[in-house]
Design a protein around this ligand. Structure first.
Ligand code: URA
Length: 495
């Protein structure tokens, strides 16, 4: 972005009106620059140092804007169109006028679309030389099998125009009788209708397509189709630095095994990374579902009923301990007269509503659970939460059948970092703890799993960002979300 721009462009870019409307406003003497009325639209202004006001309102210049949109089906990836709704029609009119979508998704494709006015970044992300990875979820008419995985791996000769680069296909489900499949496919290029053409080439038809990631950027599951949000500072930095978050996360996830494989120039599939692992155990809150914000809300609301403001140290003091221990702690610390049972009932009542209607799954969790089921890898939940709330959240996400074992704070009374809940989960799975892989989001949880002798992956959570360093150092690996697990490495992508 140039440091000096025309006044009319400055105002139009900042959403003060269309180019002609702002020209009119300038000519009518409604615009000042550094306190002086300026009537010439072509006047040059310095975006960092000049103070521009339009109709008495200061209009400061924001050079670049970056939005993550969950594109719905039915809109086209263009800036404007005479007949069709475009992705830009979904962005608030107050945003800048020079925004554009980075790349195209077909009209019927959903999912991650970056909207920005940063041409350099767009160029880097779209450049064929950069091989930026893109992960798609696809529903297929047709039953995929290992031969398709190998064909994608080898680089498909799609048709006369397209020889695809090696792509990684992960089967989430494949039903021979229903003749349908669900897959994740990761590509490192972006040719016209690429995914649809690739599946056509192996005799399948894409009946649903959603983009989940682009480079290090992952679709935020909380965005409903049609919703968007600005990128976080961290997302933007990662995207700009071109860091392959997949590769980094997977190196961490699998610890030295994967690092060694990478150093030896080998690629590693998710299957290989799970070598030796016979079951996966998940903590619930903050790990499988995005709910940690909710407990804080409930603590504030609950203490508020007694006229008590929530102390700053409360969340740290109760991190990881069981629901019964937490109720006992509240009773003692805040002098609450109600019985432990009553306190837990009140919390459950408040939480039930939020778990049922407001708590989303973490990004990629559903796909990862599907993959585990397809691979016949048993799953367990080991949570300090109550049985009722655990059931409510699983029910609301239709995940009742996803877990072979569910242990709650009511089954195991000692809270994390005590390893009891993990040892008990391994016992119920009839497995050596060494064969279990744990996903956890807080340091106490990681300590509990490690003390049980299990390999442990830390999961990023918005509520424990201040513990990130500790989480990384305690755990064997770290993922931003479950899509990180579906990564695929290539020593060198051959053109
Ligand atoms: N490949 C497709 O076939 N369609 C899209 O929208 C994106 C990738």
């Amino acid at each position: 972005m140039k440091a000096v721009v025309r006044l009319d462009k400055y105002l139009a870019d900042m959403g003060a009106g269309t180019r002609s409307a702002v020209k009119e406003a300038i000519r009518r003497g409604l615009v000042t620059v550094n306190g002086r009325t300026v009537c010439a639209p072509e006047t040059k202004v310095h975006i960092e140092t000049d103070a521009v006001c339009c109709d008495g309102r200061p209009v400061s210049y924001v050079s670049y804007e970056y939005y993550m949109l969950n594109k719905p089906a039915g809109v086209i990836s263009a800036t404007q169109d005479l007949r069709e709704r475009t992705v830009l029609d979904l962005i608030d009119a107050k945003c800048r006028r020079d925004l554009f979508p980075v790349g195209r998704l077909d009209k019927d494709t959903e999912g991650l679309l970056l909207i920005t006015n940063d041409g350099d970044l767009a160029h880097r992300l779209l450049s064929p030389k950069k091989h930026v990875s893109k992960l798609y979820y696809a529903k297929l008419d047709g039953c995929v099998d290992a031969a398709d995985v190998s064909a994608f791996e080898a680089g498909l000769a799609v048709d006369e125009q397209l020889q695809a680069l090696p792509a990684h296909l992960t089967i989430l489900s494949a039903d021979k009788d229903a003749h349908t499949s669900e897959v994740l496919v990761e590509i490192h290029e972006g040719k016209f209708h690429q995914i649809k053409r690739m599946f056509e080439a192996v005799g399948k038809t894409v009946i649903g397509l959603k983009r989940l990631t682009m480079g290090s950027l992952h679709l935020d599951e909380r965005l409903l189709p049609g919703q968007y949000r600005t990128l976080t500072k961290e997302e933007l930095e990662l995207l700009k630095s071109g860091t392959d978050a997949f590769r980094k996360a997977a190196e961490k996830m699998c610890g030295s095994d994967v690092a060694a494989a990478l150093n030896a120039g080998k690629s590693m599939t998710l299957e290989a990374a799970f070598n030796g692992i016979e079951a996966v155990i998940f903590d619930l809150d903050g790990t499988l579902v995005d709910s940690m914000w909710m407990w804080k809300d409930i603590d504030i609301e609950y203490l508020g009923r007694f006229g008590i403001a929530m102390p700053d140290d409360l969340q740290d003091a109760i991190a990881g301990i069981s629901v019964t221990q937490t109720a006992r702690y509240f009773k003692t610390r805040f002098g609450i007269k109600d019985s432990i049972g009553q306190i837990i009932d009140d919390w459950n009542q408040m939480a039930l509503e939020k778990y049922t209607y407001e708590v989303p799954l973490k990004s990629g969790a559903r796909e990862f659970l599907k993959w585990l089921k397809y691979r016949h890898i048993p799953c367990a939940i080991a949570t300090s939460n109550s049985r009722e709330l655990t059931r409510a959240v699983l029910e609301s996400h239709n995940l009742n059948d996803a877990f072979d074992v569910i242990l709650t704070g009511e089954d195991i009374h000692k809270g994390k970092p005590d390893p009891d809940v993990y040892i008990a989960a391994a016992g119920r799975l009839k497995l050596d703890p060494k064969r279990c892989l744990v996903f956890e989001d807080i340091p106490f949880g990681i300590m509990a799993a490690k003390a049980a002798g299990m390999r442990t992956i830390a999961v990023k959570d918005g509520d424990s960002v201040s513990d990130e360093h500790q989480k990384r150092s305690l755990a064997d690996g770290y993922i931003c979300d479950y899509y990180d697990l579906f990564c695929r490495f290539y020593e060198e992508l051959k053109q």
